[in-house]
Design a protein. Sequence first.
Length: 187
Amino acid sequence: MAISDGLYQIGPAAGRLLITTGRTGLGARAGHDLTLEPTGWQGSVVVNTAEPKQSSVQVDVRADTIEVLEGTGGVKPLTDSDRADIKHNIRSKVLYTDQYPIITFRSTDIAGALDAFTIGGELTIRDTARHVVVQGSVADDGRVRAVAMVKQTEWGIKPYSAFLGALKLADDVKIEVDAVLSPDPAM
């Protein structure tokens, strides 16, 4: 099945949006590299193969749905209590989800072809919009794989730290999408 021009939907029913963090500092061995997954997200993709610049992508993420999928590395395995603490810290000390419930991405320019594209766009976190670049591809079966690297500090986010700063999250965060484009039923 080749992807044709049109409007498509993406979301957790047929895809994943993953956020990967690293660790740094003198106590980095004690911490975990985290993989986080929001369960409440949705997006729309307009595909125009003849004129990629006419294509667009919009994604909305409910920030309070970010869950701790896994933690790798560290001196000891990540416990359920650790996961709950991390989730609480993300919501109350990093993203302030009560005040800023939605994270958005809106494309501003798209170049390339389905098998190798670049999307420039505005990522808005905590009411601060910054330009990001997404690299990706769409397979013939409609599977989209895309990745972007962002720095937390560009959105005014101080990377989380513990033990008087000896253990902290790295500023760089990787965002990955692996989802199947589903034709919009309204079309």
